[in-house]
Each structure stands twice: as C-alpha cells, then as structure tokens.
Design a binder for this molecule. Structure first.
Ligand code: NAD
Ligand SMILES: O=C(O)C1=N[C@H](C(=O)O)CCC1
Length: 269
C-alpha cells in the first residue's frame, strides 16, 4: 500500500480522460484509484486499461462516483457542466481535491460550485497549460498598455468534436484583456456576428471560433490599431500539456485550505 495520492479520473473514456489515464498510470507520484464514466457507457465494468486497448490497470470503470471518490485524494474532471456540478458535491463530501477542466459552464453553474468549495479544494481553469496561463499575463499587460484605439479580438480554433464556444481558453484570455483595460468582460464581449452588424463598437472585445479536423487548440489575441497590429498566439499540439497541468494542480492542492483556486495560483504566476 503506497501513500501516494489516489486519483480518480471522470470521463475516463474521453479524449482528456484517456490522456490523463496514461499520465497518472505512468506517474511515480500518484496512484490511479478510480475511473468514472456516465451510466450506460460501454466501458462500465471493464478494466480501464483493457477498455483503452492496452494492458490491464487493475481499475474497473464505474458509473458510481460516490463509491469511486471515497478512496480518492483528488478527482481529475474533464467532462460536461452538469456532471461537474454533481462531482463537485461528491468530491467535497470525500474531501478530495477537485480539479475541473470542464468548459462551457454558465455563470450560474460556476456560482453553484461555491458550497462545495467551503469544504474542499476546487481548482478550475479553462486551460491547464503553462503556455496559456503565461499568455494570460502577457495579454493583461498589453491591454493595460494600449488605449481603446486598439480593437481587441480573440480568435480560437478547435477540433470538430468540441461542443462549446467560445472556448474556455478564449474566455480566460478575454477576461485577462478586460482586466488589463479595467472593464468588465460581460459589458464589452461581442460573441456572435452575423448579417448587417454595423461598424464595430469601440472598446468591445470580440470572439471568433473556428471548428474543424483534429485541431488540439489554437488561440490568437489580436490588438488591432491604426497602422499596426500586435498578435499574441498560443498553439497546443499535444493534449498532454493540459493533463500535466491537471496532475500538477492535484498535487499542489493536497495541503491547501478549502476554497476555489486556478492555474495562476498553482503555477505561481
Ligand atoms: N481545461 C483544460 O485545460 C481543457 C483541456 C482540454 C479539454 N477541456 C475540456 O474538457 C471537457 C472534455 O473534453 P474532451 O475533449 O475530453 O471531451 P470528450 O467528449 O472526449 O470526453 C468527455 C467525457 O466525459 C464523459 N461524461 C459526460 N458526462 C458524464 C457523467 N455524468 N459522468 C461521467 N462521465 C461523463 C463522456 O462520456 C466523455 O467520455 C470539455 O469541456 C473540454 O472543453 C479542458
Ligand atoms: O479540446 C477542447 O475541448 C479544449 N478545451 C479547452 C477550452 O475550451 O479552451 C482547452 C483547449 C482544448
């Protein structure tokens, strides 16, 4: 029996779930303690490794998060908004660190995480990579330095299966730009242009989303001014960057007081 933190992976069959499974099962700092999928999923009851087409991992996929979380020190959760809300309550009951990568949550859904965060550590970020969290700091700095003569646009591209737009990352970058400019994103965000839109409103922060193929994730923050443009860009080529960030967060959260944190806290940026 090791004392390494036990990790449960929710959405274990998903793109991120499988990436996390490989990382956790190869790690010598944590142990894989459980795998959760939605009720009715074909993997329920199977060994997770075998379901992935590789060697057995000794962990059966379950649709019972309560039972799985009971022996966990952290839950890595890249699923869907309503599932994440259920997991937050159950992870808090188990006093497990809940690392939330799920995007597409509404303001109301985010507010509903508060009761769980009174009892356990929640670490939530729309992007767990070092690069994007650094890009947020740069975005804030550039937005602070430029006046509203520079139009700010966030352009993102993702694979054809992505279900939410703008991406969680695009919204994080938009928040950073708004903070740098000293405005509330909710008051200046322009999230959908179609038809006779009229000229651009000065001070708006615009969002555009491209969906196609197998793009892992690309983000441009554009500052478009008279006679010049500044473009800050992050290109993800491997989902491992998100998985590594999530695992780092799970370990970082082990000795923290209950509350809500993000990757800026984890990375000390
Ligand atoms: N924060 C980040 O760094 C980051 C990185 C990549 C993806 N994401 C986000 O993570 C989420 C998942 O992305 P993905 O590409 O892995 O999607 P995916 O569709 O491949 O995987 C999601 C998995 O969650 C499972 N799921 C859904 N509801 C469930 C429930 N109630 N109980 C258990 N499992 C459930 C699905 O069956 C599926 O296997 C998305 O919101 C995505 O935007 C975040
Ligand atoms: O593949 C996805 O889905 C991703 N989601 C996050 C987002 O919404 O920004 C991070 C990048 C990949």
């Amino acid at each position: 029996m090791t004392h390494h933190p036990g990790i449960v992976i929710t959405g274990a069959s998903g793109r991120m779930g499988q990436m996390l499974t490989r990382l956790v099962s190869d790690s010598d700092k944590v142990r894989l303690a459980g795998a959760v999928e939605r009720a009715g999923h074909a993997w329920i009851g199977q060994d997770l490794g075998e379901a992935m087409g590789s060697a057995p991992l000794g962990v059966k996929v379950t649709d019972d998060p309560l039972e799985a979380f009971a022996s966990a020190q952290a839950v890595l959760d890249f699923t869907a908004p309503e599932a994440t809300l259920e997991f937050a309550e159950l992870a808090a009951q188990a006093r497990a660190v809940h690392v939330i990568g799920t995007t597409g949550m509404t303001e109301d859904q985010i507010a509903r995480l508060a009761p769980a965060a009174r009892h356990a550590v929640i670490i939530r970020a729309g992007n767990m990579s070092l690069g994007v969290n650094l890009l947020m700091q740069l975005t804030k700095k550039v937005a602070r330095a430029l006046d509203a003569e520079f139009d700010i646009e966030v352009v993102e591209s993702h694979h054809r299966m992505k279900v939410d737009a703008p991406s969680g990352t695009a919204l994080m970058l938009g928040e950073a730009a708004a903070e740098g400019r000293g405005v509330a994103l909710g008051e200046v965000a322009d999230r959908g242009r179609d038809g006779i839109t009229g000229a651009r409103t000065g001070g708006d922060i615009g969002f555009s989303a491209i969906r196609g193929g197998d793009v892992v994730g690309e983000h441009d923050v554009m500052f478009l001014g008279p006679g010049e443009r500044i473009i800050l860009r992050h290109v993800a080529t491997d989902r491992a960057i998100f998985a590594r960030g999530a695992l780092k967060a799970a370990l970082w959260g082990q000795d923290k007081a209950p509350g809500q944190y993000d990757m800026v806290d984890v990375l000390g940026l």
